[in-house]
Design a protein around this ligand. Structure first.
Ligand code: MF3
Ligand code: CO
Length: 262
């Protein structure tokens, strides 16, 4: 595969596999959205994701990755990312839950996350979800030839901070392809002393802002995965895998029922 400064550039054939992988993830999240309601356990969502992977004949990308035990990450309320599905975690009216999922199709990964409302949620929670989704789409809009990698980061950070939210810095987006995580890292803030990377046609990036209401500080629970906000404030997470085409960014994680924004 061709590379530019250590970053793989995908050709149209490879991109079509990635479109299929990400489309499958989007379909799985569509199905999860349908069943999310008060009283449902997050393990029920995991079982649905596993069943759909089986039917689609694809492997869940996260299960076994660095020892992660499940197909799905379920992050409820103050959990930012990497929450374990559990029979004991029963969704309540007013919760928000980020569901993050990956599959591997024909050797290529898809990676996509959305934050869902459980029943009626507070205005505060609605705004956090809306702004996080908007920040993702502003980041995507900056993912074009002529721009630098950190134009994506700056667009996300600006929108988050203009709305008084905190960007989680501990977790970043990433290149994606035959590995779930490839170069480059895609931070949701502009790092100090960062080296520029001019964006190129064929780069495939998973852009994934995580925003919190109260703090950027993170606490990892004793399971060594679950990442919560240190102050217990709400966090939201949206992620798309995109490819940089000559004509601009193309979102890969779409389905016939989902046009890319919540
Ligand atoms: N979208 C997340 C990421 O890219 C989810 C990964 S979960 C893991 O980091 F288990 F695979 F690490
Ligand atoms: Co990701």
């Amino acid at each position: 595969m061709k590379k530019f400064r250590g970053v793989f550039l995908k050709n149209e054939k490879e991109i079509s596999s990635m479109r299929i992988a990400n489309g499958m993830v989007s379909q799985i999240l569509d199905a999860i959205a349908e069943v999310i309601k008060p009283g449902v356990s997050t393990m029920f969502l995991e079982h649905l994701a596993q069943k759909m992977c089986h039917e689609m004949n694809v492997r869940p990308s996260f299960q076994g990755y660095c020892g992660y035990p499940f197909a799905l990450c379920c992050a409820v309320n103050e959990t930012i990312v990497h929450g374990f599905p559990s029979e004991e975690a029963i969704l309540q009216e007013g919760d928000i839950i980020s569901c993050d999922m990956g599959v591997c199709y024909n050797g290529f990964h898809g990676d996509h996350a959305r934050t869902f409302a459980v029943g009626e949620i507070s205005e505060e929670a609605k705004k956090l979800c809306r702004v996080t989704d908007e920040a993702l789409h502003l980041g995507i809009a900056a993912a074009r030839v002529g721009n630098d990698l950190y134009d994506i980061s700056a667009a996300v950070q600006r929108h988050a901070e203009n709305n008084g939210y905190h960007v989680i810095q501990r977790f970043v987006g990433h290149g994606i392809g035959t590995s779930l995580h490839e170069k480059p890292e895609v931070p949701n803030f502009v790092p100090h002393g960062s080296i520029s990377l001019p964006l190129q046609v064929g780069m495939v990036l998973a852009i994934e802002p995580m925003l919190a209401i109260g703090t950027h500080e993170v606490k990892i629970l004793s399971d060594k995965w679950t990442a919560n906000t240190l102050d217990g404030s709400l966090a939201a997470h949206f992620e798309h895998s995109i490819v940089i085409q000559q004509s601009g960014p193309e979102i890969l994680s779409l389905s016939s029922n989902y046009s890319g924004t919540c």
